[in-house]
Design a protein around this ligand. Structure first.
Ligand code: ADP
Ligand code: MG
Length: 678
């Protein structure tokens, strides 16, 4: 068996299983080994129902004491069951598992494991796992990997397949020499791959994760240098020289740019007129007004007879930029086009030809912008918004569409300067460190469940004043992808009910999640922007970039499950206009550490400070659990958590890069140790 062989060479995997694996993007043994667990769980000894803590993942040993009841809500089938032990009763619910109805019988004992919540006056678990006592005994106290799954494939299937491929792991060659491994305290590749799938203990798992992070960083840095060599010193073939026009454009805006925005615009104009092509990063906290800086650049390019594009990480954001730029540029006769994945083939074809004919001067879009079919007329500037969602590769591809277009990258991720130099080795940096005048600081509070009633009262008061509300629910940590959807759907239903019962009000509450079709998401966000929706309940899909100045409250459920920097991004969705805004962090846990961590947000509105504090406070067990930011493009690597590996990767690249490249290129095949390409 070799890395590039089909997974069907693994014993026990036939055509049917293989096609289910293909849905997860796993076709070769290599794919299988690089498919890391999403997270890990341990199974602890069951506790008494009366000792359950809302907000944690726990297990209980309980006896079924009701018949399973079935309910249908919005096309979801919900199974509800009650079970008890000597200390109390617990309510258990499952979504879309109708077969469970006849599975449970009154009087049977099971161990139920799941995330505990306090709802409707009792402890509940949603989508709990269930085991017989014997089965449960086998699981306890061992780290269990949890993979992303699909119908026909469970975490167990994947675990078994990896076991079947162990002989390949044992033959892997490491691209790092033993002495490098020793010097930088990096785990060898065989041990790392093994431990990431079968961690024996926390220590080994951490070592393995660090190794994977190293590989990602190393691959990133080496790619970055390759691009830099081709790109940074490229001659400027699109000289843009129209300061006068840009000045007029800026003077006619409905607001005055901040000093920091002006500086960024000036840097950009200087670059685009210089002898080399521009490669610039504009870094600024959420709400600092990066879009208008990009708009000034696009305007300059269009006014000089060239074309500019701006690429957003999500369709929703692309549509938002499209609208904003269209209205900004219309008075100047500059035509703006939109290109996204969900457009029909015909619409796309039309847009391709308009782009090619220079019928549109500014193009806004998503990944669709870098498809091979797109040919540009006279492309001079490529802007990528919230760049971390894009890998180096994609950036390179877009850049290769013009002769050597200028590039501007915008990011809100606060990165300490030392790391920024490594991460953005190929870019000059402009920092927007000033918020627009007249912004009223957001009022924050960190609260627990006991505040829920008050919070709802507060929200309803804001709604009655015509303001709008965001509520964000976290990802559910369970093995079914469906859970996130079910979770927000159910939450929305309950919220509607509470509002009906408590306020008799006819409030528009709508739910939004990542599994919806792009069109539906766009429609909902448009309705929200138009003020037709008062309360928007969502998963973290709204995290990046959405702008609705009329939204005044952001409530985050289970705030303890988010990284502080991510919470800060979420908070950035409010306080974007001249209305007093509020952020409510609802914590499911109230222990001292959690509260202390969340209180950092109450103390500060400064993204840099927050990221730094989060780093200091993170416990040793948080490797996969809390992601610092949903924006970062690495699968495993976290630039804060693994800052040491980022530095090591840079160092190893500087010292041994040539030798390693030569070795990898010599091998010439797509082996595991050539690392996932970003
Ligand atoms: P971000 O940096 O998070 O991308 P945006 O560019 O979306 O921020 O800007 C946030 C909001 O602030 C927008 O509504 C924008 O129109 C507004 N804005 C930007 N610059 C200024 C300014 N100088 N004065 C007042 N409002 C501004
Ligand atoms: Mg933005």
């Amino acid at each position: 068996m070799e890395l590039n062989d089909s997974i069907k060479t693994i014993k026990g995997i036939g055509d049917k299983t293989a096609s289910a694996f293909a849905r997860l993007g796993i076709e070769t043994v290599n794919d299988l080994l690089l498919n890391y667990p999403r997270t890990y769980v341990t199974y602890e000894d069951p506790v008494d129902i009366s000792d359950l803590q809302a907000g944690s993942r726990q297990s209980v040993r309980a006896v079924v004491n009701s018949r399973a009841e079935i309910r249908k809500v919005h096309g979801l089938t919900i199974v509800i069951l009650y079970a008890k032990d000597f200390s109390g009763t617990i309510k258990l619910t499952w979504f879309n598992c109708p077969f469970l109805r006849n599975f449970f019988h009154i009087g049977q004992e099971f161990v139920f494991v799941g995330n505990v919540a306090y709802k409707g006056g009792m402890m509940t678990m949603t989508q709990p796992e269930y085991y017989t006592d014997d089965k449960y005994g086998e699981l306890t106290h061992v780290w269990q990997p949890v993979y992303t799954v699909t119908p026909g494939i469970t975490s167990k299937t994947i675990q078994k397949a990896v076991r079947g491929a162990e002989e390949v792991i044992d033959r892997l060659e490491d691209y790092l020499h033993d002495n490098v491994l020793d010097e930088y305290h990096i785990m060898g590749i065989q041990k790392a791959i093994h431990s990431i799938h079968f961690p024996q203990d926390e220590q080994k798992l951490k070592g393995a994760v660090k190794r994977m992070a190293f590989d990602e960083f190393y691959s990133f840095i080496s790619n970055l240098h390759r691009i830099k060599d081709d790109n940074v010193y490229a001659e400027n073939t699109c000289i843009i020289n129209c300061d006068e026009e840009v000045r007029t454009f800026i003077e006619n805006l409905r607001f005055k740019l901040t000093g920091a925005q002006m500086n960024a615009v000036r840097d950009m104009l200087d670059d685009m007129r210089s002898e080399h092509v521009m490669n610039r990063l504009v870094q600024g906290d959420v709400g600092s007004g990066k879009t208008i800086v990009a708009a000034a650049g696009l305007y300059a390019v269009a006014a000089s007879g060239y074309q500019g594009v701006i690429m957003a990480p999500t369709e929703v954001l692309a549509v938002q930029h499209y609208k904003e730029l269209s209205s900004l540029f219309e008075p100047y006769g500059i035509s703006v086009g939109l290109l996204t994945g969900s457009m029909t083939a015909k619409e796309k074809r039309e847009m391709y030809s308009r782009i090619k004919n220079m019928d549109v001067q500014v193009v806004v879009g998503t990944h669709a912008l870098i498809q091979d079919k797109v040919e540009y007329g006279r492309l001079a500037l490529v802007v990528t918004d919230e760049q971390h969602r894009f890998g180096v590769k994609q950036r390179e591809r877009l850049a290769s569409k013009g002769e050597a277009p200028h590039t501007l990258v915008m990011s809100a991720t606060p990165i300490p300067r030392t790391l920024a130099i490594i991460m953005y080795g190929d870019l000059d940096i402009s920092v927007i460190d000033e918020l627009p005048a007249g912004r009223i600081p957001i009022k924050n509070c960190v609260v627990d469940e006991s505040y829920r009633k008050t919070a709802l009262g507060f929200i309803m008061k804001e709604v009655s004043q015509g303001h709008q509300i965001y509520i964000v629910c976290p990802m559910v940590e369970a093995s079914e992808v469906l859970d996130d959807v079910a979770n927000v759907t159910e939450y929305t239903e309950e919220l509607k009910k509470s509002i009906r019962d408590g306020y008799g009000a006819d409030t528009s509450v709508v739910c939004l999640h990542g599994k919806m079709k792009a069109e539906e998401k766009n429609r909902i966000l448009q309705d929200f922007a138009d003020g037709k929706i008062s309360i928007l309940v969502s998963t973290t899909v709204i995290e990046v970039g959405i702008n609705n100045p009329n939204a005044t409250v952001m409530m985050v459920e289970n705030a303890e499950r988010f990284g502080l920097a991510q919470l800060h991004q979420l908070r950035g969705r409010v306080g974007r206009g001249n209305l007093q805004s509020y952020c409510i962090f609802m914590s499911g846990k109230k222990d001292k550490d959690t509260m202390e961590r969340l209180n950092v947000l109450e103390k500060s509105n400064d993204g840099f400070y927050i990221a730094g504090e989060d780093l200091k406070m993170r416990g040793p067990g948080d490797f996969f659990g809390i992601r610092q930011s949903g924006e970062l493009m690495f699968k495993v690597g976290d630039i804060y958590n693994h800052a040491d590996m980022l530095r090591a990767a840079q160092d190893v690249y500087d010292r041994y890069g040539q030798e390693i490249d030569a070795k990898l290129i010599n091998k010439g095949d797509d082996r595991l140790y050539t690392m996932p390409v970003l």
